[in-house]
Design a protein around this ligand. Structure first.
Ligand code: SF4
Length: 380
């Protein structure tokens, strides 16, 4: 193949080996162990676990998943609002992952089993179709980071039916990185940023963060080689003491991002403070609808009464869940005594075991730290 027409090769073993050697080289340059870096994206964790990449990381490198699962960080009161709406007879549509996320005492799956109208949809467009086919109110329980919030914004700008409304649990990633960077006793020396979110925001959005916290941020894609390349650059920047933003996903991400998408996002939403489940109150971390779109805002359209849900104490097991510590990067699923025992994908106790992007579910499915030596011993 000639230059310019050569296909990108994402699964090239020789490139993979070269990148893991470069990673080990830069980790050695640090001359100390361990170095902890955080990615803030469930898709990164899925790829790392699915391809067993941790087995190829140097011992000195600890790659931690932070609060990168939007379903997991949807807070209990937000789930309670959706449950209360469904119990009040309002038809609620949401993603399948959101169904079993626990509220104070009940999940949407619980109330659906009792007869409430809860529809699973692939996206907001399908929820709008449901509304268009009926006169009854349909509320879309919207979760997701800035990538998904853009889709919600686009639908509201297009003028959905009057019986449609949005219950926004959308979150915005850059502010929570501030919280993680400022955690007392924090050990994160660099961040791997999600390529899909940066496609919208541009990599320039991380420059003020880097200037404030003096830690590097590298934007990476989702193929195994993308992740390895991003980590090589991140550890290289840490080893050289260069706090800066770098972009190893230039085939999709530019400095300024998608300005049309940003314009749509900020025309419909405004940032507001709110709690992220198990983590903290995150200033400007939640996205709420602007006044101009109040007629589609479920919180302003309906009198949502969650108080009946608070009469029931959460189950004892739920109180042992360590999702918050896991998403803050200070614990791993193996630190939770319920992991793989009382808590499995079939019997999830916490949100991290519910979502396909939750660390506990991913580690349960693929394992967290595969030991290649053991695997080789089993094979031979
Ligand atoms: Fe929570 Fe289950 Fe993960 Fe433990 S294993 S932290 S209970 S989701």
């Amino acid at each position: 193949m000639t230059a310019g027409t050569e296909r990108l090769r994402f699964r090239d073993p020789a490139r993979g080996r070269a990148l893991t050697e470069a990673l080990a080289h830069h980790a050695r340059r640090l001359g100390r162990a361990p170095v902890s870096v955080m990615h803030v994206c469930g898709s990164h964790e899925q790829a790392i676990a699915r391809f067993g990449l941790r087995a190829a990381f140097p011992d000195a490198l600890d790659v931690i998943m932070g609060p990168g699962c939007p379903v997991c960080v949807t807070d209990v009161p937000e789930v309670d609002e959706a449950v209360a709406l469904a119990l009040a007879g309002v038809r609620v549509a949401t993603y399948g992952d959101m169904l079993r996320v626990p509220g104070t005492s009940r999940s949407l799956a619980d109330v659906r089993a009792d007869g409430a109208r809860v529809d699973v949809v692939y996206g907001i467009a399908q929820a709008v179709e449901l509304a268009a086919a009926t006169d009854e109110p349909v509320v879309f329980f919207a979760s997701g980071f800035e990538t998904t919030a853009v889709a919600t914004a686009a639908v509201l700008l297009a003028g959905p039916p009057a019986n449609f409304a949005v219950l926004s649990a959308h979150k915005y990633i850059p502010p929570v990185m501030e919280i993680v960077a400022e955690m007392p006793g924090g050990k994160i020396e660099g961040f791997l940023a999600a390529g899909h979110a940066a496609t919208i925001t541009g990599w320039g959005v991380f420059e003020p963060f880097v200037a404030r916290h003096r830690v590097p941020v590298v934007v990476a894609g989702f193929e195994p080689l993308d992740i390895l390349a991003g980590l090589v650059r991140l550890v290289e920047l840490i080893a050289s003491g260069e706090p800066r933003v770098d972009n190893t996903f230039p085939r999709c991400v530019s400095r300024d991002g998608n300005r049309d998408a940003q314009a749509a996002l900020w025309r419909v939403f405004e940032p507001t403070g709110g709690r992220w489940r198990g983590i903290a109150h995150v200033p400007n971390g939640n996205l709420r609808l602007r006044d101009e779109f109040a007629r589609w805002d479920a919180r302003r359209r309906f009198d949502i009464d969650c108080t009946p849900l608070w009469d029931h104490a959460p189950a004892a097991l739920v109180q042992q869940c360590q999702c918050g510590d896991i998403m803050a990067g200070i614990a791993s699923p193996h630190d939770c005594s319920l992991f793989g025992a009382e808590c499995t994908p079939d019997t999830p106790v916490g949100a991290c075991m519910v979502s396909a992007e939750g660390t506990c579910k991913i580690w349960h499915q693929y394992g967290g730290h595969p030991d290649l030596r053991q695997i080789r011993r089993k094979v031979s």
